[in-house]
Design a protein around this ligand. Structure first.
Ligand code: KG4
Ligand code: ZN
Length: 357
């Protein structure tokens, strides 16, 4: 079964053709990120305008690269929320029009679940005999620019929402702190790069041990907005803007390093707690922040492959499938196949994950 996926929830325009939920025939992404670098964040109207410009060329390219004609497509899949309303509208209305004109079924997809299914694209069929498959039950940590969610899945379409952020998402914290430190946009990669630079702050009275908000709380919730305030206080305490250039860049990398440590410590601790309590077989990481190498490293070092006391395995998509893309949308649609009449599909910018199995 070949599904044409469409993703336009934020500043990426994606179209992809995926066979049987797992094999990518094409996966095209156009991003308006460069435009948003100037403003240090996404301006929704600008993002929507760029979606309009990109959607048709991206769709055409996805068919061309897959070397198929629209007649060969079995269904369309489209992100209908959560996301920016203007951006979502472009993808949803395009998909509806194509479904009507081409007489194909259309499957609306929750963007957050789509992120999780990026894991099925590369891990559902073993390339080697020794390779492991994804197995239920599992815990999925979804960490993106707007969301931080932990879900417990017992099957396709069957999941329980365990918790999420009470304020800023993990990606949002990276983005806001990067803006505060003038490191650039998007903040996650900018902070990761600055954190990797060696820093020598021996001669400064740094107080860079940032808080790990809610790390030991008795639930699966998160809170990251306090980190931004803590970093702001630190920059004031150090009189950052008065420092000599090389000292300042050293301090910036120390702050970036500590920010990354604080965020990843909390994400790893809470996810491992959920995995142990639910006695799962697998842990899946998903969303843009899952592209973070330090986060992957920490999980990998704390889950020694299937050994006691952690009998579960970790799955992480390649970085290009962690960030927004349409291949994950098509995969999600395949495994949760629930077509809808085209005229019943509408955008839901505030769509959430359900809390019951
Ligand atoms: O999933 P995504 O591409 O879009 C949303 O659905 O939001 O996630 C974007 C977020 C941004 O906040 C960005 O800073 C973060 O993912 N991100 C990263 C990395 N790459 C992207 N955060 C940490 N480390 C990275 N390498
Ligand atoms: Zn996303």
């Amino acid at each position: 079964m070949k599904i044409l996926g469409i993703e336009t929830s934020c500043d990426e325009t994606g179209a992809a053709i995926v066979k049987d939920g797992t094999k990518i025939l094409s996966n095209i992404v156009a991003s308006s990120q460069k435009i948003h670098i100037k403003t240090g964040g996404v301006i929704p109207e600008r993002a929507a305008r760029e979606q309009i410009k990109s959607i048709i060329p991206v769709l055409e390219e996805s068919l061309a690269q897959a070397e198929i004609d629209y007649q060969d497509i079995d269904a369309l899949a489209v992100t209908y929320g959560p996301g920016l309303i203007g951006s979502l509208l472009v993808g949803v209305e395009t998909a509806k029009t194509l479904a009507y004109v081409w007489q194909k079924p259309i499957i609306p997809v929750n963007h957050l679940l789509a992120h999780v299914y990026a894991n099925w694209i590369t891990n559902s069929k073993p390339q080697l005999k020794s390779q492991n498959l994804l197995e239920f039950p599992l815990i999925a940590l979804i960490v993106s620019g707007g969301h931080t969610e932990l879900i417990y899945m017992t099957d396709h379409g069957k999941y329980e929402w365990l918790g999420g952020t009470r304020d800023d998402a993990a990606g949002e914290a990276f983005d806001k702190i990067a803006r505060l430190l003038n490191l650039g946009y998007p903040g996650g990669p900018a902070i990761a790069t600055a954190a990797a630079t060696t820093h020598n702050t021996k001669n400064l009275t740094l107080n860079t041990k940032l808080p790990r908000p809610m790390i030991d709380s008795d639930d699966y919730d998160f809170s990251f907005s306090g980190l931004k305030t803590a970093v702001l206080r630190e920059t004031q305490h150090l009189k950052l803007n008065t420092l000599e250039k090389s000292v300042k860049s050293s301090v910036l990398s120390a702050l970036a390093f500590e920010t990354q440590e604080a965020i990843t410590d909390v994400l790893v601790r809470k996810t491992l707690k959920a995995a142990a309590e639910k006695n799962v077989k697998n842990i899946l990481l998903a969303g843009g922040v899952a592209a973070n190498s330090r986060l992957r490293e920490k999980f990998q070092s704390q889950i020694p492959n299937s050994q006691f006391p952690y009998p579960y395995r970790l799955f992480v998509p390649p970085p290009s499938l962690c960030t927004d893309n349409a291949a994950a949308v098509a995969s999600c649609a395949y495994f949760n196949n629930s077509p809808s009449p085209w005229n019943k599909v509408s955008v839901q910018p505030g769509l959430e994950l359900s809390s019951e199995i």
